[in-house]
Structure formats: structure tokens, C-alpha cells
Design a protein around this ligand. Structure first.
Ligand code: ZN
Length: 508
């Protein structure tokens, strides 16, 4: 298999696809059985090949009962796992320096690493850059779940609703899928998109990705030119684009909106659907596990419980009862054996909904809460509003500025305040401010004043990744209030794709 070939096993994917359909159509006992079987397999593999997990499994009292062992295992966090990368992964051929070099080469997005793995990067919201390796089994599960429970499986989107239909429809349905995300890095959404383009010739011709960090007028022109029938992006970016649509600058007629990566409020969902006159389908995934939950026809998120375990826990790591959200959530990805994710502290707040869903699915319904970040509405020199998605701003500050624990507050229509809390914030402060100003200039906001300062006292830092990072404060003016009124307040989750900001620098 050459590096340019997408990592793909037709047999494993077909099996996972058939199994996923079977689980979707049957009762809860079936997904419980699949979960138990896959968990036992994962723990056995991890105990044998991953020192990090061997220690935890032994400390939890062995592997006699997989579920009990899991419940007793100490949670893992990204920082420790990345620090012990070689002892985490189960293939000794995977070495961090080679992986880092691989993801530095932008042209290799979606390529196979060591001829058998797909790799993506994520700095996430807690400031710990990480690399995630997907084996063919994990990709087969992801592909199967996307095909059977993702937006293309839902009625009403004007899209084929089964894999055979997908293939036959491809010949005559002029679907054009636009992914609006960060392109300049090996981020999960763009890597997955590139991989699908290689696997599916129809998508290669019909799918295009667009950088959300370029000046908005340029992005709008590109989208008008492409005229997508499906717009796939973050909810906050969809809202920024919907403002352009409302103003008549963006003139697209998507048949469906696909969102993910941020919490979508009911009000924002309605606003987006109304403005684009299209149904919206949301999903929940993370770099650590691409396929956590998919939305059903009733608009509820169903956990893919046959492949994923989520455990909401309180501040002390104790399980919280169904119906309550924990302080954080522990994730176990049952599909990935090469880089096991077992009781991984995801940082999101998840609540299991106890009432059954009207769609009839037996897969558990979850609700995801997170920090609330705001869309900022700044005023340019000619008095026009410019909307900025919080993910674009945090991306610039993380990837260009090198700061991760910060708060960006809008103090007025043309005033921002950036406070940085990282231990090494002082070393990065100047670069972070420069990156932010450069980004604002590209968006036509050169007149925006930016005040930057650091507060690295332990009291100020708090728990990294938990603070609200982009805030539109009330006295920022009527525009900000109007923005909040449509609930364009979004909460970053463990993201599908960590957008990159290098594109911003290139044009600075
Ligand atoms: Zn449902």
C-alpha cells in the first residue's frame, strides 16, 4: 500500500457497516453485548502492549471482569499520555519524532503513515498538543458509523440514505460538499475529508475544503462560486456565514447543514436552519474518538454505545447518576487498538438523558455542555459589523501565538482585551498579540484596539481548559447584545478538528 493510498479495509468496513445497522435496528441488549465484548478485547490488548495501561489495569486488580476493571482504573489525561507516548501506543514502530515530522508536512494530510495508519493532530482546548493515530479497525468503525448513523443516513437532507443509494446517486446527484475549517494542518476533520476524497472518486470531484481563517469576503466569494449543496462547518462559523447570507453577500442554497465540534443550542439551530432554509444535522466527536455520537431524525444525539463508553464523573472522579452532568467525562474508544483511549478525561460535560427518544433508537441519548464561548461582533473603520467565530480566534492564539490558557474579552465595538494565564505566557505574550492583531487586520479590523497582559499567578490560572476563553461582554454595545439574542453562544467541545492559523500568517 503506497503512502498516497487511503488506509481502508473493504472487508472490515463492510462487517462494521452490517454490524452497525444490526445494532441500530435492535434492542439495548445487543449494544450492551457488543460493548462488553469489545471492552474485554481492548483491555486485553492494552494490558499486553501498552505499559501505561498495563500499570493501570494491574492497579485496578486485573482483568477478570472487564467492566469492573474499567470502573476501577485511574483516568488518563492527555498530558501524561503524550509525555509517555512510546509506552502508550501498542505498535513499537510508532515514534513521536517521526510522527511530528510527518504532520509538519502539510502535503501529506490523509496519507498513510507506515503504510497502515492515519494520523491527525490536535492541540485541543487544554493546551497540550497531541497526535492521534488511527488503525484500520478504528477507521472501519468510523466509516461504518458515518454511513449508517451520520447525516447521510437521515431522511430529509436530500441526500442518499444508504450506502448503495449513495453509490448510485453519485452518478446523477450533483452534490457539492463544502467543508469550512482550518486547512493548514493535519487536523481531524480535514484529514478525514481528504481520506474520503481519495476513497470516493465522486467526493473527490464534488467536495472542496475552504479555510475559515481567510478574510471573510474572500471565503464568501469562494463559496458563492462553488455553490455547495452541503455546508459542513462549526456552528459558530455557520452563524458567521449566515450573517453574510442575511446581508445578501453570501448567496448559497445548501440542502443541508452539517455541524460538529461545538455545542449547538436549540436557538442557534433554528436561526441557522431559518437563514439557510435547510435542515441541520449535528454530530459529536473529538480527535480522540471521531464518532462519539450522531444525531437522529428527532435532533437528539445518540451515543454510539457499541463503540464508545462515556462516563460522566464529578470533580473527584466519581460517577454521577444518569440525568446529571458531571464535572468532566471519561471517554473509552473501543475501536482503536493502536493508541488506546481508555478512561480518558475529555473535559466535556455530558449528561445522559433518561427519557427514551421518539425516534425509537435504543442507543442512549446524551446532551453535551461545555464552556460557553461567544461569537464576537466588532466594528470596522467604516462602521460595518464583522463577526468572528470564537474557534478562529482561539486557533490564531494557540497555533500562532503559542498561548493556550487565556481569556479574550470584547470591551467595546473596537476594543479587545487579551489576558494570558499560561506559566510561560510572558515569553509568548508579544507573539500572541502580534498574531491576534495580524488576524484582525486581515478581517478588516485594523482599527480594533488590543490590550494584552499576563497573569501567571497560580490563583489566576485555575484548571487549564475550563475557563470561557472568548467573551463578548455586555457593554460591548448593542451589536454584541444582538449577537447574544440569537444565542450565537457556542461551547467548544473536544474538537473534531483543531484549526490551524498558519494561513493567517501567510497573508499577514
Ligand atoms: Zn432519537
Amino acid at each position: 500500500m503506497s503512502a498516497r493510498t487511503a488506509v481502508f479495509s473493504p472487508w472490515q468496513t463492510a462487517c462494521a457497516w452490517a454490524d452497525s445497522l444490526a445494532v441500530s435496528c435492535t434492542g439495548a441488549a445487543v449494544w450492551h453485548e457488543r460493548r462488553a465484548h469489545r471492552l474485554a478485547e481492548l483491555l486485553e490488548h492494552a494490558a499486553k502492549h501498552s505499559r501505561v495501561y498495563r500499570e493501570r489495569i494491574q492497579a485496578a486488580g486485573g482483568r477478570a471482569d472487564a467492566w469492573t476493571t474499567l470502573q476501577r482504573m485511574q483516568p488518563v489525561r492527555k498530558r501524561e499520555l503524550m509525555h509517555r507516548f512510546d509506552e502508550w501506543v501498542t505498535d513499537p514502530a510508532l515514534r513521536l519524532p517521526a510522527l511530528r515530522a510527518f504532520v509538519r508536512d502539510r502535503d501529506r494530510r490523509g496519507d498513510a503513515f507506515l503504510d497502515r495508519y492515519v494520523v491527525w493532530e490536535s492541540s485541543g482546548s487544554s493546551g497540550e498538543p497531541a497526535l492521534f493515530v488511527q488503525d484500520v479497525r478504528a477507521l472501519a468503525a468510523a466509516d461504518a458509523l458515518e454511513a449508517t448513523r451520520g447525516p447521510i443516513a437521515l431522511p430529509g437532507a436530500g441526500l442518499p440514505s444508504s450506502l448503495p443509494e449513495l453509490w448510485s446517486a453519485a452518478a446523477w446527484t450533483p452534490q457539492r460538499i463544502a467543508l469550512v475549517a482550518a486547512l493548514d494542518g493535519h487536523f481531524a476533520s480535514v484529514v478525514a475529508f481528504e481520506r474520503q476524497r481519495r476513497l470516493n472518486p465522486w467526493l473527490g470531484a464534488r467536495g472542496r475544503s475552504f479555510s475559515f481563517l481567510q478574510p471573510i469576503a474572500q471565503l464568501v466569494a469562494q463559496l458563492n462560486d462553488f455553490a455547495p449543496t452541503v455546508l459542513a462547518t462549526y456552528p459558530s462559523m455557520a452563524w458567521v456565514l449566515s450573517e453574510q447570507q442575511r446581508a445578501g453577500r453570501l448567496r448559497i442554497e445548501p440542502r443541508a447543514l452539517w455541524t460538529g465540534g461545538e455545542t449547538l443550542t436549540p436557538a442557534l439551530r433554528r436561526a441557522l436552519s431559518d437563514r439557510f432554509h435547510a435542515p441541520l444535522h449535528d454530530s459529536y466527536g473529538a480527535s480522540e474518538c471521531f464518532f462519539i455520537a450522531n444525531e437522529c431524525r428527532c435532533g437528539r444525539l445518540h451515543l454510539n454505545a457499541d463503540w464508545v463508553i462515556l462516563e460522566p464523573v464529578d470533580e473527584r472522579g466519581r460517577s454521577v447518576p444518569p440525568g446529571q452532568a458531571g464535572a468532566t467525562t471519561l471517554l473509552t474508544n473501543l475501536a482503536n487498538h493502536v493508541q488506546p483511549i481508555i478512561r480518558y478525561d475529555l473535559g466535556d460535560q455530558v449528561r445522559f438523558v433518561t427519557a427514551a427518544c421518539a425516534c425509537g433508537s435504543h442507543l442512549p441519548v446524551i446532551e453535551v455542555q461545555g464552556r460557553a464561548d461567544d461569537v464576537l461582533t466588532l466594528r470596522d473603520h467604516s462602521g460595518h459589523d464583522v463577526h468572528l467565530a470564537p474557534l478562529a480566534l482561539t486557533t490564531v492564539l494557540e497555533d500562532e501565538g503559542g498561548v493556550f490558557d487565556f481569556q479574550l474579552r470584547q470591551r467595546g465595538p473596537q476594543a479587545l482585551e487579551l489576558e494570558m494565564f499560561d506559566v510561560d505566557a510572558a515569553a509568548h505574550a508579544e507573539g500572541a498579540c502580534r498574531a491576534l492583531r495580524s488576524f484582525l487586520r486581515e478581517q478588516g479590523l485594523a482599527s480594533t484596539r488590543v490590550q494584552c497582559h499576563c497573569d501567571t499567578t497560580p490563583a489566576a490560572r485555575g484548571r487549564s481548559g475550563k475557563r470561557q476563553r472568548v467573551i463578548c461582554q455586555a457593554h460591548a454595545g448593542e451589536h454584541a447584545v444582538a449577537t447574544k439574542a440569537v444565542s450565537a453562544r457556542v461551547a467548544p467541545r473536544a474538537r473534531r478538528a483543531k484549526p490551524a492559523a498558519r494561513a493567517a500568517r501567510a497573508t499577514a
